[in-house]
Ligand binder design. Structure first.
Ligand code: 8X3
Length: 253
């Protein structure tokens, strides 16, 4: 049967990195995918690759008006979103809290928290009304394990984890699932370039490592979605083999 009968997934931050890998993977899994991002030209390139199964949507998740206009602002046959992947997010800076840039903090909160909750609020009513849906969050190990310079970034990802589990409480009795996927060190995306604003510094983050790749995250998203309907995967924490928690720090000065 045609593309029309396939379930619909909306992926934010789909122009690059995890989001693009997730969009590709979900199309391969038989979804129609609304690929949302600010950079429309990249989405159009992706659409040339993936054809009718991909709908490019120019969207900034921090644009409250645009997000709140969803899903009615989509073409009618794309409105009944079955799966929301809240992938859009970023880290900015690694400065200690007292040296960090206030605008960087606000941008992370606006995207990782406000954008994510507004996207969820826009699409959840339809899922509940149809009694069918799945919201997948991209959290981070940074939401679980502190490290120097993670300050607000880690805080936003801890929010994502608790918001996910609180949604599960609200949704008890509904056939709408919620999952938080919390990756550690992952290469192959613009994450470190965006965070450090320097290509050499960004490359050095992955020096002599074999980090997770966006395809590893996409595979996990596909697995979570493919579980039988009575199974809700609450949380998946994943690290590359070359990463482990570092233990508590002690000041000996
Ligand atoms: C990305 C992982 O370690 O850079 O969220 O915070 S880390």
């Amino acid at each position: 049967s045609g593309v029309q009968s396939r379930p619909i997934a909306l992926v934010t931050g789909a122009s690059a990195g995890f989001g693009q890998a997730i969009a590709r993977r979900l199309v391969a899994e038989g979804y129609r995918v609304i690929a949302a991002a600010r950079r429309l030209s990249r989405l159009e390139t992706l659409a040339q690759d993936l054809g009718d199964a991909l709908y490019p949507l120019e969207l900034d998740v921090t644009d409250l008006k645009a997000v709140r206009a969803l899903p009615q602002s989509l073409p009618e046959d794309w409105q009944a979103v079955d799966v929301l992947v809240n992938n859009a997010g970023l880290a900015l800076g690694l400065e200690r809290a007292w040296q960090a840039d206030g605008d960087d903090w606000e941008t992370m909160i606006a995207t990782n928290i406000s954008g994510l909750v507004e996207m969820t609020r826009a699409l959840l009513p339809g899922m509940v009304a149809r009694n069918h849906g799945h919201v997948v969050m991209l959290g981070s190990t940074a939401g679980r394990y502190p490290y120097p310079g993670a300050n607000v970034y880690g805080g936003t990802k801890a929010f994502v984890e608790q918001f996910t589990q609180n949604l599960r409480s609200d949704l008890l009795g509904k056939a709408v699932r919620v999952t938080n996927i919390a990756p550690g060190l992952c290469g192959g995306s613009e994450f470190s370039l965006v965070r450090l604003r320097d290509a050499a510094l960004a490359d050095a983050v992955y020096d002599s490592t074999q980090p997770l790749q966006p395809e590893d995250i996409a595979q996990t998203v596909a697995w979570v979605l493919a579980q039988p309907p009575h199974v809700n995967v609450n949380l998946i924490e994943m690290m590359p083999l070359c990463q482990a928690s570092a233990g508590l720090a002690v000041d000996r000065t």
